[in-house]
Design a protein around this ligand. Structure first.
Ligand SMILES: NC(=O)c1ccc[n+]([C@@H]2O[C@H](COP(=O)([O-])OP(=O)(O)OC[C@H]3O[C@@H](n4cnc5c(N)ncnc54)[C@H](OP(=O)(O)O)[C@@H]3O)[C@@H](O)[C@H]2O)c1
Length: 336
């Protein structure tokens, strides 16, 4: 198998990442907005699902949601012993809120389907779905179901989970309080495109391309799904965020952040602020389809705003995920 990582592409990626890091460092000392002064929706007793909520940005997000009085179901692949340990800490910190960890392996669509079925059967409402889990720059792996692992974990699993839980998001919404889906993407979506002819990187593999492609997929999916829900008058809002450059286990396949990450990168608690802002800010109640960085709305890449590409990804996604779905919406978003 060929490697598709060109030196130019990787150079461009690191140059762009350095530029983003530089902006963040400036922000750290000057204009970082954070959650201070923001107005939030009423959220006591409401329920959120957070994927990958046992560590990193997801864990800090869960803590913030519990702090706001929400109940949280963490969708995680951690071992039973680690889950128990994590729950003990969270329950001691937030004794009034309910928090549970439910197993899901996001690299397996069957596991995602089992998680969603369990959720729908539980009768629990669902007000906020946070598609946070992810992997980055991992060595090549094709899952048992035939998907490239970044694409499976970062994109397909979250598209499937959202689709399967949509009925519950719909039921839990009211005209005065819409329910929300937050997709955790990355600023790297700005310099990425989808290789529709080889989306699973079968003929050649580059971990950088695989990660960036999965994140631009999430961005296009956010805009497509939000447009579809808006046109169907379904009161569910979908937004996408970039949490900042945050020092977490996400960088375990990259050698250099060990040396600079602890000093230069943001702390997970800062990254979680962006997710929480997207999940709970009253300012975002009117409409979705936004891309948020540093608690501010930014324009997503021109590529991800293309309705033809959104339609293509939308149709391809549901065709691919068909074995785990009961029905498929074949919608041409470019005509709406
Ligand atoms: N950190 C950054 O600078 C940065 C920048 C842009 C975007 N993001 C995005 O932010 C999100 C959170 O990342 P993070 O920085 O907090 O990284 P992290 O600490 O590595 O957290 C990732 C989470 O995803 C979970 N996960 C991975 N594979 C999974 C699977 N197969 N099934 C279920 N859960 C799985 C991990 O669980 P295990 O640990 O148990 O595997 C972990 O809880 C990711 O989507 C990432 O792409 C991060």
């Amino acid at each position: 198998m060929r490697s598709r990582c060109s030196i130019g592409e990787i150079f461009y990626l690191y140059l762009f990442s350095m530029y983003c890091l530089f902006l963040e460092l400036l922000g750290k000392f000057w204009f970082k907005s954070g959650l201070t002064g923001k107005v939030f929706m009423r959220c006591e007793g409401r329920t959120a699902v957070v994927t990958g909520g046992t560590n990193g940005i997801g864990y800090e997000t869960v803590k913030k949601l519990l702090g706001f009085g929400m109940n949280v179901i963490i969708a995680s692949n951690t071992s039973a012993a680690d889950s128990e340990c994590c729950l003990q800490i969270l329950r001691s910190l937030f004794p009034k809120s309910k928090v549970e960890i439910w197993y899901v392996d996001l690299s397996s669509m069957s596991s995602v389907k089992a998680f969603a079925d369990k959720y729908l059967l539980s009768g629990l409402p669902l007000h906020i779905l946070i598609n946070n889990a992810g992997i980055m720059f991992a060595p090549r792996k094709i899952t048992d179901e035939g998907f490239e692992s970044h694409l499976a974990i970062n994109y397909y699993s979250h598209a499937l989970l959202t689709k399967l839980l949509l009925p519950r998001l719909k039921e839990s919404a009211s005209p005065s309080c819409k329910t929300r889906v937050i997709n955790v993407s990355s600023c790297l979506h700005y310099i990425s495109e989808i290789d529709f002819s080889d989306i699973n990187s079968i003929s050649s593999y580059c971990p950088h391309h695989a990660y960036m492609q999965s994140k631009v997929c999430l961005m296009l999916f956010t805009l497509a799904l939000n447009g579809y829900l808006k046109n169907s008058r379904i009161p569910v809002l979908v937004n996408c965020i970039h949490p900042g450059i945050v020092y977490t286990d996400l960088y375990k396949h990259v050698w250099w952040p060990k040396f600079v990450g602890p000093f230069l990168f943001q702390k997970p608690i800062k990254g979680a602020e962006v997710t929480v802002y997207a999940a709970l800010s009253a300012a975002l109640e009117a409409e979705g389809g936004k891309y948020i960085e540093d608690c501010r709305e930014m324009k997503p890449s021109q590529y991800s705003r293309d309705p033809l590409l959104q339609t293509r990804l939308w149709n391809d996604t549901w065709k691919t995920l068909h074995p785990w779905l009961d029905e498929v919406d074949d919608v041409d978003l470019s005509k709406e």
